[in-house]
Each structure stands twice: as structure tokens, then as C-alpha cells.
Design a protein around this ligand. Structure first.
Ligand code: GTP
Ligand code: MG
Length: 193
């Protein structure tokens, strides 16, 4: 039976945060890296999560419930978006940090990294922070269709070294569909075990 996905809850402020009843996997990454596009592609629903070529599109925590496996994929606002007020940036950072911290049902974070770029300080900071909370990080490299093979391979190797992982991060593309099935199966396996 194919999975169904519905948007169950949207959270804008810290006081709206509550303990969600199911296990969670969050999608994190810089603004515009392709979090919402990945969510749409994974679930085969073009307009489930709003996407935009302008960074800063997702401004809330969105809990997408996957059934019958029963878990949430959580679309987070992007970080590192410079063109909004400092107050607003701080508000999101606090919200995301609060969500990531002390959340027993959040068992991992998918860190989306731009395959066109070598490791960036902000991404390294996020990954270090998540690991420090004792959570698993699943790195994936986005927009593979936009990047020439030698460049993305070099960036993959650089990330693998930095993260000390057995394998390089999975290269994906929400436009061409590259490795999307593989990633979805990886998630489902985690939750149906
Ligand atoms: P915020 O919500 O601002 O944090 O951004 P986001 O990470 O959710 O990015 P979003 O999915 O909105 O995508 C940003 C832009 O990148 C859009 O113009 C997408 O069409 C484009 N994009 C996303 N994934 C891919 C991809 O795999 N390949 C290409 N070529 N473009 C992509
Ligand atoms: Mg988004």
C-alpha cells in the first residue's frame, strides 16, 4: 500500500510547540537548498509544501504525517537567509533550536547540503549541533542535476571526510528524481523496523 502524507500541524512560534505523538525526522538546511521541493518529490505531491526560487519561503515548522508507517517528516525554515530582519532570523533560530533540543521523538535530522558547494561553515555548525544533541544526521546533497559530475564528486568526498562517514552523502535531485526512491525507502525502513 503506498503511503499517504498530510500536513497535520504548522507551528510559527515557540509557545505553539508541543510534544507531537509520533516519531519525527526533520529536514534541515540553508534557505533555498531544496527542503520543501524534496518533501514534494518524496511524497509525489507537487504542491504539498510551498516552494519558491526566493529564499526564505518556509517560515514555520510543518509536520507532515506519513501513514500507515505513522511518523512525521518535519519541514523546517531554512537558515542563513540574510535578507530578512535580524529579529526575524533570531526568532526562527530560537524556534528551530528549541524544537531540535530535548525532543525525544525526533530521532534524526536529514541535513540538506548544496551539491554545488564545498562544505560551508553554517552547515558544519548545524551538523555539529545536532550530533551534540546525540541525534543522527543523514546528509544528502541536493540539486545534483545542476552540478557537473566532477564538482559534485569532489564535494561529496569533502563532506565524507569531514563527517567521517563510511559512505559519501547521497546525491539527490528533486527535479530529475535522482535517488529519490532510494531515500524514501531508507526513511520507510527506519520507521517500519
Ligand atoms: P526555504 O523554504 O526558503 O528554506 O527553501 P527550501 O530549502 O524549502 O527550498 P525550495 O524547495 O523552496 O527550493 C528552492 C529553489 O530551488 C526552487 O526554485 C526550486 O525549484 C529549486 N530546486 C529545489 N530542488 C531542486 C533540484 O533538485 N534541482 C534544481 N535544479 N532545482 C531545485
Ligand atoms: Mg521551504
Amino acid at each position: 500500500m503506498p503511503s499517504t502524507v498530510i500536513l497535520e500541524k504548522t507551528i510559527y512560534t515557540i509557545d505553539q510547540l508541543e510534544e507531537m505523538p509520533l516519531p519525527q525526522l526533520a529536514l534541515a538546511g540553508r534557505s533555498n537548498v531544496g527542503k520543501s521541493s524534496l518533501l514534494n518529490k518524496l511524497t509525489g505531491r507537487k504542491n504539498l509544501a510551498k516552494i519558491s526560487s526566493t529564499p526564505g519561503k518556509t517560515r514555520s515548522l510543518n509536520f507532515y504525517r506519513v501513514s500507515p508507517e505513522e511518523f512525521y517528516l518535519v519541514d523546517l525554515p531554512g537558515y542563513g537567509y540574510a535578507r530578512c530582519s535580524k529579529t526575524e532570523r533570531e526568532k526562527w533560530a530560537t524556534l528551530i533550536n528549541r524544537y531540535l533540543k530535548n525532543n525525544p521523538r525526533l530521532f534524526g535530522v536529514v541535513a540538506l547540503l548544496d551539491s554545488r558547494l564545498p562544505p560551508q561553515a553554517l552547515d558544519i555548525e548545524l551538523i555539529t549541533y545536532i550530533r551534540a544533541q546525540g541525534m543522527d544526521v543523514f546528509p544528502v546533497m541536493t540539486k545534483a542535476d545542476k552540478c557537473k559530475q566532477p564538482v559534485r564528486s569532489a564535494n561529496q568526498v569533502a563532506w565524507q571526510r569531514l563527517l567521517g562517514t563510511e559512505k559519501p552523502p547521497l546525491l539527490i535531485s528533486s527535479h530529475s528524481g535522482m535517488n529519490i526512491d532510494k531515500l524514501w525507502q531508507f526513511f520507510l525502513d527506519k520507521f517500519s523496523a
